[in-house]
Ligand binder design. Structure first.
Ligand code: G4F
Length: 346
């Protein structure tokens, strides 16, 4: 057990919740930053012994004050506007939070003279690889193609610059897609698993998607927070890719998620006219909406996490099939719970 203090920004997000509980189990005192409009998601932290503070990544004074007051051993910077498609619509706020917010943390630590005592984890992203050929690792050239990817890349370089210029202990975790039942409903995996459960419960007719053919390397968030922590336990700061090394299309994710409830999907048509049909009933369950496509998508992300495996001893325990069953089962359970409480109330 440790007596260390951790400060997590973005603690109400999927990764924040998993990390907070992981660190509490290790004996950490955990503090977290919450944006005023994220209070609803605090419910997922209920029962955890955590101290929460209102704050904002774009408020440098606020961050400076909190870092000084909390005096953490480790800062996990998970706060971000994380939706890639939204970044095309709000590029300016994307940069304020995902780049300038990171600068605010790095510079607070420097100005407070905490370079020697604080270790920082910066949540970098595989979206920074953009159109660079797969498999991608720490040596792969970055070629982002969304405002989100560019903002994350700028933050990545700020972290490296502060590491090299001021000897700050800051490590970039270049994480490939990682999901769970806590994933936001706007991300494709959760949108699919939730729809599968809703269709099974008779509460939804159709799942509408965009690009079915993009390829992602999907792992489980629970495994990835262990990697974040391991990065900060090393003698020297460094940058690491975390990934499963397995690639699947969105289409495959849909097929496996429906297969989990015993529905086989047959694809018919092409482009925006393509539909996914229930083989047994002939009913259309999936259709395509061109509005869900991005101005430019990253088509193929597949990570090579050899460095993390070798240097951190990290490797994922949960892969594609188990991830999908975990997510579909969780969404099925919440429909069942909703149904039972509706019956009790009635
Ligand atoms: O689930 P997504 O929105 O995740 P995306 O864009 O890969 O980004 C996630 O992973 C990154 C790591 O590489 C993180 F940095 C980032 O913060 C985020 O967590 O979309 C995955 C794929 C895309 O190709 C998208 O075009 O699914 C495709 N897709 C198809 N239909 C859809 C949909 N994505 C969403 N969100 N919604 C759809 O209806």
């Amino acid at each position: 057990m440790t007596s260390k203090i951790a400060f997590i920004t973005g603690i109400t997000g999927q990764d924040g919740a998993f990390l907070a509980s992981f660190l509490l189990d290790k004996g950490y005192e955990v503090h977290g930053l919450v944006r005023w409009d994220c209070v609803d998601t605090c419910t997922r932290l209920e029962g955890l012994d955590i101290q929460l503070y209102f704050g904002d990544m774009i408020d440098a004074n606020n961050l400076n004050f909190l870092i000084k007051t909390i005096n953490p051993d480790e800062i996990y910077n998970l706060a971000a506007l994380s939706h890639v498609k939204v970044s095309f619509e709000t590029p300016s706020s994307m940069f304020d939070i995902n780049t300038k917010g990171v600068l605010n943390i790095l510079d607070s630590v420097r100005v407070l003279g905490l370079e020697r005592s604080v270790r920082i984890y910066q949540a970098s992203s595989s979206e920074m690889f953009g159109v660079s050929p797969a498999p991608q690792n720490e040596e792969t050239p970055f070629a982002p193609c969304s405002p989100y990817g560019v903002a994350k890349l700028a933050a990545y370089w700020l972290a490296r610059t502060y590491r090299d210029s001021y000897c700050l202990y800051v490590s970039n975790g270049i994480l490939f897609n990682h999901e769970s039942s806590l994933r936001g409903e706007d991300f494709v995996t959760r949108k699919i698993t939730q729809a599968v459960a809703a269709i099974e419960a008779g509460q939804q007719d159709m799942l509408t998607l965009g690009n079915l053919d993009s390829v992602r390397d999907w792992g489980h968030a629970r495994d990835y927070v262990v990697g974040m922590w391991l990065m900060l336990q090393q003698d020297e700061p460094d940058d690491y890719v975390l990934a499963t090394g397995q690639a699947h299309t969105v289409r495959e994710f849909v097929e496996r998620a429906f297969a989990h409830i015993g529905i086989e999907i047959l694809w018919k048509g092409v482009g925006v006219n393509e539909v996914g049909v229930n083989v047994k009933t002939g009913k259309i369950l999936i259709n395509i909406d061109s509005k869900l496509f991005r101005p430019k998508d990253v088509n193929y992300l597949l990570g090579d996490a050899s460095k993390a495996k070798e240097k951190l001893g990290w490797q994922p325990e949960i892969y594609f099939d188990e991830l999908i069953s975990d997510m579909v089962n969780a969404d099925r359970r919440s429909f069942l719970d909703g149904w039972e409480s509706w019956q009790k109330a009635g």
